[in-house]
Design a protein around this ligand. Structure first.
Ligand code: FAD
Length: 469
């Protein structure tokens, strides 16, 4: 049995720890924050719960390997909530939703814009073709040729092929216009295949279930303890240094922002990961959020994308989780995406009076935008919280407040980068950054791959030792 020490108790770290325990190794996780889960989290404010992660979890269809992985990790212990639609967009009286039933989507799109019929059929064909790659045991037989043209289109390019303004907005506003349209098609494909739903209880409850799974398997979880350094002799790491002392181990996993390879053990990032940083097709992003307590009935359900004179934002309501608000009330959260330079500006100003004023301004502007779109909510929204990229940077150490890895533009085909760190024999990476665009399944799989690699390194070393004797 080897001792595996993991820096970071987010999804990547918990997954590495659970799979290490399942292979029979001792596993210890150090998590800097007071609660495990990293970005898979939520918090309470004034009698309401703010859920700050899962909009959709890929891997909720029982016929996929990802589902079996989430089961192994204990994430889905309380079941899955199947939403009728992933998101909606409206303009005046017209409304379009991403329905679970792909034929309903086709007919709704055609009733909105019959003249876009050909393009709609092409898109639905691509969604069906993408389902062959969603990991379903009984995936439809299809040809990837239908997907090829979309590889070279951004969401904006795709929306330009439609003539109706509502359909254009529906397509360009959900992820962001610069995102590769293939990413959008895969989100649609997974959702329509019942493979992108919500874990019951929301994000924090899911993180807690994973942490419980880890400790129930005999893993040791230290929360509120930051790893300051990974100490090494040449190419071999020997221990981690934390605020509470030193802990020796055989293998080490960095399940935090990959910059930790440099800051904690003075090692360079894998070259492929460094190259990603200079790839023009890959973009870092973060977001600014407000949460309001709402006392009026809401005119939308689930996620609603709103486009107004100031740009685009997403509103989310939580009626599917009655425990998040007192009876008869709801939580409404807004998300506005921002690029790397805006995110860095928030981080540079964090803690200052200017930052506090900026947060107040964000809240009052967002209130104004919401009631302009839905005047019936005027006077019914009370601010619960505002958070920014600086919040993410402070709580998880994510560079530029990033909480996914890179968004990718057209012409980029995502591929996974290995977990070995050059020049280090026994330190491995387990992060969502190893495969754009990141997200929960990528994080969980990275943890699993790192644990499997450690197990095979351990077995190979043991076999060599036995052979030498
Ligand atoms: C608003 C929002 C919405 C999202 N929506 C979705 C969604 O719908 N679907 C989806 O799949 N994904 C979504 N994500 C992304 C998802 O949350 C992340 O991809 C995932 O949680 C990343 O997990 P991770 O473990 O790789 O990294 P992190 O969550 O960043 O965890 C890293 C952990 O390491 C800890 N750490 C860092 N340095 C140290 C140190 N020196 N010592 C000890 N601990 C350390 C941090 O505190 C942190 O807990 C969303 C994220 C956000 C914020």
């Amino acid at each position: 049995m080897a001792k595996v020490i993991i820096t970071g108790g987010g999804v990547s770290g918990l997954s590495a720890g659970i799979y290490a325990r399942l292979s029979g190794h001792e596993a210890v996780i150090y998590e800097a924050h007071g609660v495990p889960g990293g970005n898979l989290t939520g918090w309470d404010r004034g009698g309401y719960h703010i859920d700050n992660c899962v909009h959709w979890l890929t891997g909720t269809n029982e016929k996929t390997d990802s589902y079996r992985m989430w089961e192994t990790l204990g994430a889905l212990g309380a079941g899955v909530r199947r939403q009728p639609a992933l998101y909606s967009v409206s303009d005046g009286d017209r409304r379009i939703s991403l329905h679970r039933d792909v034929e309903k989507l086709r007919s709704e799109m055609k009733s909105i814009s019959p003249r876009d019929g050909k393009e709609i059929d092409r898109l639905i064909g691509a969604i069906r073709a993408a389902q062959a790659f969603c990991g379903l045991d009984d995936a439809p037989k299809t040809t990837e040729l239908r997907l090829l043209p979309y590889l070279f289109m951004s969401a904006r390019d795709l929306s330009d092929r439609f003539s109706d303004p509502l359909l254009k907005t529906f397509i360009s506003s959900f992820l962001s216009p610069g995102f590769g349209s293939i990413a959008l098609i895969f989100v649609y494909a997974n959702f329509c295949a019942g493979n992108a739903d919500l874990p019951v209880g929301g994000s924090l409850a899911t993180a807690r279930r994973m942490a419980e799974r880890f400790t129930s398997l005999g893993g040791t979880l230290h929360t509120g303890v930051r790893v300051l350094k990974i100490c090494r002799d040449g190419h071999t790491a020997r221990s981690v240094l934390t605020e509470h002392g030193e802990d020796g181990g055989d293998y080490f996993v960095i399940a935090a922002d990959p910059s930790a390879a440099e800051t904690l053990c003075g090692a360079p990032l894998p070259a492929a990961l460094r190259r990603m940083g200079s790839n023009k097709k890959l973009m870092k992003f973060s977001s600014v959020h407000c949460a309001f307590a709402c006392s009026a009935p809401l005119p939308f359900c689930g996620d609603e994308v709103v486009v107004d004179g100031d740009g685009c934002f997403t509103l989310r309501e939580y009626s599917h989780e009655p425990g998040f608000a007192p009876e008869g009330r709801n939580v409404v959260q807004s998300i506005v995406f921002c690029g790397e330079s805006d995110a860095d500006e928030f981080i540079a100003r964090a803690g200052s009076d200017a930052y506090k004023r900026a947060k107040q301004m964000i809240a009052s502007r967002m209130y104004g935008r919401i009631v302009r779109k839905y005047p019936q909510l005027s006077g019914s929204l009370d601010l619960l919280d505002v958070w920014t990229p600086a919040t993410y940077a402070r709580f998880t150490g994510g560079t530029s407040g990033c909480y996914m890895s890179y968004a990718f533009g057209s012409g980029y085909i995502p591929h996974r980068i290995g977990c070995r760190i050059p020049g280090l024999d026994n330190v491995l990476l387990a992060t969502q950054w190893q495969m754009p665009p990141g997200g929960l399944p990528t994080a969980a799989l990275s943890g699993r791959i790192a644990a499997e690699q450690i197990d095979s390194m351990y077995r190979a070393r043991r076999t060599r030792r036995i052979a030498a004797n």
